[in-house]
Design a protein around this ligand. Structure first.
Ligand code: GLN
Ligand code: ZN
Length: 766
């Protein structure tokens, strides 16, 4: 029996972020489409060659994308909403990027005498990753046609380089399920009969070019599916396999267990099935028992979502008996899109931490080692296996990871730790007495514009070109000016502006123990936006106060209340690569204690209002409903631990950047914050529904203007919103604020909008 190595997708961005540079040059008009396309081609060529050199035998094509693979799929099937024009032939670059990023056309360019401002397609998170895709939009009478030959072109391109690839397509069922209806809702799966002929054409074309296998991704098979899913999948795959009988399909599932959809997956007439054995190792036994003997299994045994070395010896113990019985493919659990490319570039990383990690390149090497051990015996890779065991052992017992004091503290399960002294109704009069705020108090969410000067000063300081003293002085001046201006326009609760922060998670991670930061470990967030998530490798503690000095400085400038601003434990966790040697809940709890110490120190310094942002609480929700409650339980408990060390008179705020609260509103209430600010300006009706159905126990600041756009809302508009809000939320519990931080805005629009916002609050006051 033979074991082969496959990858399901490789990072597109290039080891030196070449794709970002090429895209931005092109968008700025500094380079031609040909320049962009030739950079893209060379990135593909080197990714293919790299994977081949590393020992991957089954190499993907069409996993590359200039922007997003879901957008590529929309382009492939001609699902271009009418606002982007009546596209007849191929979807060209202009249309593609208009869908990705929106576009402005001047009246001359258009020729119709009007300027057009076309918004980008909606973007949302790809399953539970931090990658965002462009949401396909379907009309009830949607038609499809072949409008991009990218899949075939890239297959041919690889072939010309001497590399045989397995093209990747996003499967038709997942594609439809990931989209949304334009207008009144209808069952998107009703569009399958119209969609499948395009898939048939693409598959036929790939077969004609010589492809034996195609990887067809149906990650929706790990989700809770509608009742007709079984029938839908069956019809779809019967149709596709009948239409292209001599092409083999590898149905790829990832990000979780097939669970109740396992029967569906195993019943389909495909030749291969990829399953995620990192998220769901337990599913292997029943898959082996029920799979057709001729079904080629692709086992996702190396974590495509995280950056830790795999335990090769333990994997071999499991795989050896299996590999004696059937041919196998070994692969990462999912596309390597979600990992950084090459650990070797991290020359400044702590050597011990580095020895515990594996990025995309190293993960393929791990798979290659496993395959060799299975095909030829462990002896041929003895040294590598011994090194792997030693690294894992060293990690396990390292003093860099283990902090007994943190472990003891976190093991204390005393429920009082997650409990304010008194319930909200008792806290409230104490807070009112000490803060003495007017009705409809005004505030902002924390950050003020991070101007070019602010970013330049930070970059200069990081590069050593600006001394720490000069940088500090610059930040202090910026802060002072921002505070004076807030006073001038009569905001009630002030913020310091967060100019000293590079990022709301990184800023704290850099001051906590147990975190490591990389120089080059970029991962695509969306389009040309990449992030470098912190790595939480060890027990988390807070060696010293992180924000108290800045708060003291800020409060010294004004008599009005100055908010202390912190990022909450759940958000820090969800935006990091998290250690895999203990439950996420445990890591979150440790961070919660570190934040709790900061909250207490702020209070001790005299801070009476402390905001703990939980921007990413909702996005940590598990993919399956059945798993939601246990996540929400520990997430809420962590927040409460961070917030509960203070006196009743200290007011705890939290902030969340989204408005879909309906399904988790009880958990939001259970966080027991005194004030919550949330995004609502773009979707106020949704918020009001949630808060009408559930009486939120504390005070609320429903964002009255959308900070994601430079548009300045009028006083009347904000008064209208406040009036609407005061129908569901008692006026004495209403705060007035924008719906998120202002760091991405420019000063002129910020000033104009906040002036109007204060005027709206004044107007509302009796
Ligand atoms: N306090 C942060 C800010 O104002 C919150 C950012 C966020 O919620 N994403 O920037
Ligand atoms: Zn926000």
């Amino acid at each position: 029996m033979t074991v082969r190595v496959a990858t399901l997708g490789f990072p597109r961005i290039g080891t030196r972020r070449e794709l970002k540079t090429a895209l931005e040059q092109y968008w700025a008009g500094n380079s031609s489409a040909d320049d962009l396309l030739s950079t893209a081609a060379s990135l593909r060529a080197s990714a293919w060659q790299r994977q081949k050199d590393l020992g991957a035998e089954i190499i993907p094509s069409n996993d590359f994308s200039l922007y997003d693979h879901v957008l590529d799929t929309s382009a492939m099937v001609g699902a271009v909403p009418a606002i982007y024009g009546n596209v007849q032939g191929k979807v060209d670059l202009g249309t593609y990027f208009a869908m990705a990023r929106g576009s402005q056309t001047t009246s001359e360019e258009c020729g119709c005498g009007h300027a057009h401002d076309t918004p980008a397609a909606e973007m949302t998170k790809w399953f539970d990753t931090n990658y965002h895709y462009l949401v396909p939009q379907f009309a009830a009478d949607q038609t499809f046609r072949l409008a991009s030959t990218k899949a075939v072109d890239e297959y041919r391109e690889a072939k010309a380089l001497g590399i045989e690839t397995r093209p990747v397509l996003l499967g038709p069922v997942s594609f439809l399920l990931l989209g949304k209806c334009d207008g009144p809702a209808f069952d998107r799966l009703d569009l399958l009969p119209a969609l499948l002929p395009v898939y048939e054409r693409v598959l036929n074309a790939l077969r004609a070019e010589g492809a034996d296998w195609v990887q067809i991704d149906e990650p929706c098979l790990v989700l809770d599916l509608p009742g007709n899913a079984a029938a839908v999948f069956k019809t779809t795959y019967n149709t596709l396999t009948a239409a292209v009988p001599d092409l083999k399909l590898m149905l790829a599932t990832y990000f979780g267990a097939l669970g109740d959809n396992q029967g569906i997956a195993l019943s389909l007439p495909v030749h291969g099935l990829h399953v995620d054995l990192v998220r769901a190792p337990e599913q292997l036994a029943s898959i082996l028992e029920k799979a057709r003997p001729d079904l080629l299994l692709s086992l996702g045994v190396v974590d495509g979502r995280n950056i830790w070395k795999a335990d090769l010896n333990a994997l071999l113990d499991h795989l050896e008996p299996l590999a004696r019985q059937r041919d196998l493919i070994l692969a990462p659990s999912c596309s390597l899109l979600h990992t950084p490319i090459d650990l070797e570039r991290e020359t400044d990383l702590d050597a011990d931490v580095k020895s515990w990690l594996a990025f995309a390149v190293q993960k393929i090497e791990e798979l290659h080692t496993l395959a060799r051990a299975l095909n030829e015996g462990r002896g041929v890779v003895q040294t590598i296996l011994a090194e792997n065991a030693a690294a894992l052992q060293a990690r396990h017992s390292s003093t860099k990871i283990n902090n007994p004091a943190v472990q003891t503290r976190s093991a204390d399960r005393n429920p009082a730790l997650a409990q304010r002294h008194s319930p909200f109704p008792a806290r409230r009069p104490l807070q009112q007495a000490s803060l003495r705020l007017p009705l409809y108090p005004t505030t902002t969410i924390g950050s003020f514009p991070q101007t070019t000067e602010v970013r330049k000063a930070r970059a200069d300081h990081t590069r050593g070109e600006l001394s720490s003293e000069a940088y500090e002085a610059f930040l202090r001046e910026e802060t002072a000016r921002t505070i004076c201006w807030q006073e001038e326009i009569d905001l009630d609760v002030l913020v310091h502006g967060e100019f000293e922060r590079n990022d709301m998670v990184q800023y704290f991670g850099e001051q906590l123990s147990g975190f490591a930061f990389t120089k080059h470990a970029w991962v695509q967030s969306y389009g040309s936006r990449y992030v470098r998530p912190p790595i939480i490798f060890g027990d988390v503690s807070r060696p010293k106060a992180m924000t108290v000095e800045w708060w003291e400085y800020a409060q010294s400038i004004t008599k009005r209340p100055m908010k202390g601003m912190l990022t909450g434990p759940v958000t820090i966790l969800n935006w990091s690569f998290v250690r895999d040697d203990q439950p996420r809940a445990e890591t979150c709890r440790q961070i919660a204690f570190a934040i709790r110490d900061e909250v207490c120190d702020l209070e001790k310094a005299g801070c009476g209002i402390i905001q703990i942002d939980e921007a990413a609480l909702r996005e940590g929700l598990p993919l399956r409903r059945a798993d939601w409650q246990s996540y929400l339980d520990w997430a809420v408990e962590s927040f409460r631990i961070s917030a509960s060390g203070v006196q009743d008179a200290t007011q705890i705020h939290t902030h969340m950047c989204y408005s879909e609260f309906n399904d988790i509103i009880a958990a939001i209430g259970a966080m027991d914050a005194d004030v919550i600010s949330i995004e609502t300006a773009r979707s106020r009706m949704e918020l009001l529904d949630a808060f009408a159905a559930y009486r939120y126990p504390a005070e609320i600041g429903p964002g009255v203007y959308d900070i994601h756009s430079p548009r300045v809302p009028s006083v009347e508009e904000m008064v209208d919103l406040l009036r609407a809000a005061s129908k569901t939320i008692s006026p004495d519990a209403l705060w007035v604020n924008p719906d998120c931080g202002l760091k991405t805005r420019k000063w002129p629009e910020t000033k104009a909008a906040l002036l109007n916002m204060v005027a709206a609050a004044h107007y509302m006051r009796p």
